[in-house]
Write a protein that binds this ligand. Structure first.
Ligand code: NAG
Ligand code: NAG
Length: 247
């Protein structure tokens, strides 16, 4: 029912926050199953969801891969504040994937990007058949991590987002230690089915917070912009004196 889908939506918001905050294109997660959900209305403040859910490897959860793998369970709270954008998120997860491997994957992608003498340029990732060229896969995954910031900021209790496609990407060759990409990404808004086009700049060094700047234009021409540097707190700890609900 509607409560079930709202719990799923809140769990996805928590994962947008996690995927952005971790800033690791190799460790992206998607929602598996919501196991438990409790909603609490806090008068004058907003709605708070207490969630327990499983997660899957983001890449394998896409339809063009056949094997879905459970990569850990999360406990999260998501608070939709009445008078503020950007839900407050607190999330802790177990992680069953080999973390040494994900660090190595991030680093080898980073190293490869740093060695580019010519900018990486790409269009329509995935393509219309849902395929991603293996070389462009980490570039796409970094766009997912950066877009997660936008999706976290824009989400409300009634509106959710998925990244549909990287329309185009261009790498900037930098002199410092960072990797730097300009993307146009298409976000799919549910339940309105609106497609929102965002210009996204992502600056990344493995093991460091992502730097994100964006500007979005929706089909009906409303626009929004913002920026983040991986240090925004999504946490609500300490704001309220309340008993934690049982999971
Ligand atoms: C996550 O862990 C921190 C530190 O142990 C704790 O304060 C917080 O309440 C936990 N959050 C959730 C949603 O369980
Ligand atoms: C754009 O569309 C959304 C949903 O259809 C609506 O809520 C919003 O007010 C519209 N914005 C503008 C500027 O027309």
């Amino acid at each position: 029912g509607p409560e079930r889908s709202r719990a799923g939506q809140a769990a996805r918001v928590a994962l947008h926050y996690l995927n952005y905050r971790q800033g690791s294109p190799s460790a992206l997660r998607a929602l598996g199953q919501v196991r438990k959900a409790t909603l609490k209305a806090i008068p004058g403040i907003g709605h708070k969801y207490y969630l327990q859910f499983t997660t899957e490897d983001y890449k394998s959860s896409n339809t063009f891969y056949e094997h879905r793998s459970d990569v850990g369970t999360c406990l999260a709270t998501v608070l939709y504040l009445k008078r503020k954008p950007r839900p407050a998120v607190n999330i802790n997860c177990t992680y069953t994937k080999d973390q040494k491997q994900t660090r190595e994957d991030d680093y080898s992608f980073y190293k490869k990007m740093r060695q580019q003498t010519k900018s990486i340029i790409g269009n329509e990732i995935p393509d219309n058949d849902g395929n991603i060229e293996p070389d462009l896969e980490p570039v796409w995954a970094l766009a997912v991590a950066g877009s997660s910031y936008i999706m976290w900021e824009k989400s409300t209790e009634n509106l959710g987002y998925f990244m549909a496609q990287v329309k185009n990407v261009k790498q900037w060759i930098t002199k410092d230690d960072s990797t730097d990409f300009d993307y146009t990404v298409i976000l799919h808004e549910i339940p309105t089915q609106e497609m929102i086009s965002c210009h996204l700049r992502v600056i990344w060094i493995p093991g460091h917070p992502l730097k994100v700047k964006y500007f979005c234009l929706s089909e009906n021409q409303s626009s929004e912009s913002g920026e983040g540097s991986g240090i925004e707190s999504g946490s609500t700890t300490g704001i309220f004196n309340e008993k934690e609900a049982n999971f």
